[in-house]
Design a protein. Structure first.
Lengths: 475, 474
């Protein structure tokens, strides 16, 4: 970016995970056959009226409180009017000048530095249907998504790099998943992001003209689209041109942002208060109860992991990256009585397996008590650490208990001195010249003998016992 | 006005006669076809329902409206039947569900015989803006019955049904009731669920009954009213229908006469009838109090900003994309919208959509919509002040009696002024009833209007009963 600075603000839409839609009783579910989760209300048939789903308020409240926003005791719904085939009423029920909450912030850590991104507002609205443009030029519409409850989280333009935008989105995604209010799936569109971005010369007081970039369906996509758009804007300014206010659509495959086809007139949504709904009233007792029942938030949990379990901050942050993982770790720490080892297991093997198998912690097949049992086998030296890891892999593959795998597949570590001595003698006999070198002072060959002994026992020898025996035989 | 079917009180006691009463009703409607009150008959549905209600007798079922045959304005939904709103855009549309008000009436034993004509999407005051052609005044076929609920008013006035449902956004039930000489009640906003009523001005609309007398209007109101989980704006105000019906007024009332409602622009004969009624009520022991409702003069202007603003949004769903009329020659999406809406909506509807779109547009919102909202609160404030001094308000319903077909159709402003005395109650959300109280020299009916505080629907109907008794003597 050189002598330029970028100013980035994000608008994030998150679909709330309520049982039913925002204003009718249709199930709120992704992936059903098209147009099967609909009723006269969400289809906007003549004569219908919306009725607000309280669960929507409750979930929005959790999110607002979690970012430290002020939930307004009263807010109202408005109609945002525009024509599109996937908008059956010809207007979207949204909130305009009296949003559900204002204020709050998201704390980021990017490349080692911390930054706080302010949130301007969070408001409630309903999703539209989904238009699918066909190869023959026609468009078909799936109305299942009509009326799915959304929150729109609008940030202040506090980000200055694509990396910060990525970190912000990661944080929002972690938070909505942590709070169980949205699954954060950008591919399926349950979390969506539009970006506003402008550039100006460093030191300049005035911001440049911002453009809006839409249609990114991954966090990486947002980062790339922003990098692209910032570069484009700098190029325009450098070339002596001016930036025009416009909306661009990100093309993920071509990695370019194209201006959206210009509409014939400028957008005028003609917002006005939705007369079919009454004011949204949040009694203070309700907000207090939700605040009280709010789960421990990621940052607080991370700090507590450091203090309570003596973990390094980096480790604690990884463990608090997702609520399910943090819960798993904490249960394992308690069950095993060894928080640090538990942290190593979760941070290392559990997360590695989740990544390899591309699944989340909720479907991790090894129970906390089985993993704690495995840790205990290492503690009592029945298993070597590497043996235990192999047992864990076998548990994942077979779904069998650690006990049966250890017994039937011969992973048990042996501390039987006679057995180990026999192998050790064979090893020393096999490498006579190394023995001579060792005895003449090359003491660092000791590790070689231990390694060979372990190899010969397929790792089942207790390394401590093997060392003692080798010491004795070589002295 | 003579009833062409047996009285509902009779049918209530002789439910076995219901199936034949339905046939009589259908024949009467057929004979009155030139009036053009009905646009769709629900003959088989009504026959089926008549047998069902007749058979339910003796099984101890509570059917307070047993014996009542009703007509319903064709902007109120009944599952599987027409919901045309007298518009080309919904001409062949059938509803997927039934309005709460209708469902409650049917559950109470009422029989719905058919759907009635209206001004397209309830926009009009004459029942002329309709794809089905104008409805005629039953006493003078060259005249309009009023509107927009003209078909329902005529169905009751011509004695074809016992009662009917209309919708009142700015006077669409009271004005035709006054023109046709029947009772028309606009309930307190929120008293009757709007679920199933095709929205025009959502913050003003109420489903509203027509009947030949206040007792019957009260019965229909009680049965169809009350909280509905499908309508957030419906009020949790207890509604139950007392078996003895509307009780006579037990107390002396303070009756307000708003001077602004009796000034210029009011047909002299109507002013005379209002004053006659006032004197009659005074003689009956009530106190008359002159009051002032200065902001009511702004009501028509405010109404036509707010109602059209809401309508422009409410009617956006009729775009040719999903159901209803589509102009098939259109090629682009933009053309589907503009051609379907231009071809599907009539002139008056298009005019109001344009007006409503304009007042909500960026740069005009504050000057029109927002200001109108403020004046709306002032209109309400007037009424709240007045109800500190008086119990009910007596006023004319309309500035004139029924006018001629074609007289105002090309003069929207003159047409809008038909609502000058009725729009204030909609803006304030208060109940108002029009009761027949006399005739002009052309023998055309004159209605007087009684308005009361929020949820005083029963009280204004009680006053209406007193006026009915007086009228008998006038």
């Amino acid at each position: 970016m050189g002598e330029y600075e970028a100013v980035i603000g994000l608008e994030v839409h998150a679909q709330l995970m309520t049982e039913t839609k925002a204003f009718c009783t249709c199930p709120n579910r992704y992936g059903a056959p098209p147009n099967t989760l609909v009723c006269p209300v969400c289809l906007g048939m003549p004569g219908i009226l919306p009725v607000l789903n309280r669960a929507m308020l409750e979930q929005a409240m959790k999110l607002a409180l979690a970012v430290g926003a002020t939930v307004h005791p009263r807010s109202k719904f408005d109609r945002k009017n525009y024509f599109y085939p996937d908008l059956p009423k010809g207007y979207q029920i949204s909130q305009y000048d009296e949003p559900f909450s204002t204020g709050g912030s998201i704390e980021l850590k990017v490349d080692g530095h911390r930054k706080s991104i302010r949130i301007r507002r969070i408001h409630l609205e309903e999703d539209a249907g989904k238009s699918m443009h066909q190869a023959d030029g026609s468009t078909i519409v799936d109305m299942n998504r009509c009326g799915v409850p959304l929150v729109e989280i609008v940030s202040e333009p506090d980000m200055s790099t694509p990396a910060e935008a990525r970190a912000y989105l990661n944080e929002i995604r972690r938070l909505v998943r942590w709070l169980d209010v949205c699954d954060g799936n950008m591919e399926e569109g349950s979390l969506r992001c539009d970006a506003n971005v402008s550039v100006h010369r460093k030191g300049s007081e005035a911001f440049g003209i911002a453009t809006e970039v839409k249609n990114m369906n991954s966090i990486r996509g947002v980062e790339r689209a922003l990098a692209y758009e910032i570069e484009r804007q700098i190029g325009v300014v450098e070339g002596g041109g001016t930036i025009t206010r416009q909306t661009l659509l990100w093309d993920e495959t071509e990695e370019i942002a194209r201006p959206m086809r210009r509409k014939e007139s400028s957008d005028d949504y003609r917002y006005f208060p939705e007369p079919d709904l009454v004011e949204v009233v949040v009694p203070s007792e309700w907000a207090e109860r939700i605040s009280r029942d709010l789960v421990e938030l990621p940052r607080a949990r991370c700090m507590r992991f450091c203090q309570e379990y003596g973990l390094a901050e980096a480790t604690a942050e990884v463990l608090a990256g997702e609520r399910g993982v943090a819960d798993y770790f904490e249960a394992l720490a308690k069950e095993s009585g060894d928080p640090r080892r538990a942290a190593n297991w979760v941070q290392g093997d559990v997360l590695r397996i989740l990544k390899e198998r591309n699944c989340d912690i909720a479907s991790f097949p090894v129970s906390v008590s089985d993993l704690a049992g495995l840790m205990n086998e290492v503690e009592t030296a029945r298993l070597s650490l590497s043996g235990a890891k192999k047992v864990l892999d076998r548990m994942i593959e077979t779904g069998r208990s650690p006990e049966s795998i250890i017994e039937q597949e011969g992973f048990a570590q042996t501390s039987d001195a006679r057995e180990i001595e026999e192998v050790a003698r064979e090893i020393l006999a096999k490498f006579p010249s190394e023995v001579i070198k060792y005895k003449s002072g090359k003491k660092n060959l000791f590790g070689f003998f231990v390694g060979e002994t372990m190899k010969a026992t397929k790792g089942q020898a207790n390394p401590k016992v093997a060392s003692e025996i080798l010491q004795r035989l070589l002295s | 006005m003579t009833l062409k079917i047996p009285p509902h009180q009779h049918l209530k006691n002789h439910p076995e006669e219901l199936p034949s009463a339905v046939e009589t009703c259908l024949q009467a409607i057929e004979q009155a076809k030139p009036l053009n009150a009905f646009v769709h008959l629900l003959a088989d549905r009504a026959r089926h329902k008549a047998v069902e209600v007749a058979q339910a007798t003796g099984q101890g079922e509570e059917l307070p409206l047993r014996g009542m045959i009703l007509a319903v304005k064709d902007n109120i939904a009944i599952e599987g039947t027409s919901l045309s709103c007298a518009s080309r855009i919904l001409k062949d549309f059938k509803s997927l569900f039934t309005a709460t008000a209708v469902a409650r009436l049917e559950k109470a034993g009422a029989i719905i015989i058919g759907k009635t004509n209206l001004d397209e999407f309830a926009m009009g005051s004459s029942c002329e803006n309709t794809i089905f052609g104008p409805t005629h005044h039953p006493l003078d076929w060259e005249r309009v019955p009023g509107g927009s609920s003209g078909g329902s008013a005529v169905a009751v006035a011509a004695g074809l049904v016992h009662a009917a449902l209309g919708s009142d956004t700015g006077g669409s039930v009271r004005q035709p009731a006054a023109f046709c000489g029947v009772v028309g009640l606009k309930p307190t906003y929120g008293r009757v669920s709007r679920y199933g009523l095709v929205a025009f001005g959502s913050s003003l609309d109420q489903i509203a009954p027509f009947a030949t007398n206040c007792q019957d209007a009260f019965a229909v109101l009680c049965i169809m009213g009350g909280k509905d989980e499908h309508d957030s704006t419906s009020a949790a105000y207890p509604m139950s229908y007392p078996t003895e019906g509307l009780k006579p007024l037990g107390e002396k009332l303070r009756i307000g006469l708003p001077k602004e409602y009796l000034e210029e622009g009011l047909q002299a004969e109507i002013a005379e009838v209002v004053l006659q009624v006032a004197r009659g009520l005074e003689k009956a022991g009530h106190d008359l109090v002159e009051i002032s409702l200065p902001y009511s003069k702004l009501a028509v202007g405010v109404y036509y900003i707010l109602a059209t603003a809401e309508a422009s949004s409410n009617l956006a769903r009729y775009d040719g994309a999903r159901y209803g009329f589509r102009e098939h020659s259109a090629e682009s999406l933009q053309d589907i919208y503009t051609h379907s809406r231009a071809g599907g909506f009539g002139r008056e509807v298009r005019r109001r959509i344009m007006l409503g779109t304009y007042v909500l547009s960026a740069g005009y919102y504050d000057a029109y919509y927002k200001k109108a909202q403020r004046v709306r609160r002032l209109v309400l404030g007037d009424f709240l002040d007045a109800f500190g001094k008086v119990d009910v308000i007596l006023a004319p319903t309309t500035p004139t009696t029924a006018f001629k077909i074609g007289e105002k159709i090309d003069d929207p402003l003159a047409m809008y002024l038909s609502d000058v005395y009725t729009t204030p109650a909609n803006l304030a959300g208060i109940p108002a009833v029009s009761v027949p109280a006399g005739k002009d020299t052309k023998r055309l009916p004159i209605g007087v209007q009684i308005m009361g505080p929020h949820f005083s629907d029963e009280l204004i109907l009680q006053v209406g009963c007193d006026i009915e008794r007086l009228h008998g003597r006038i």
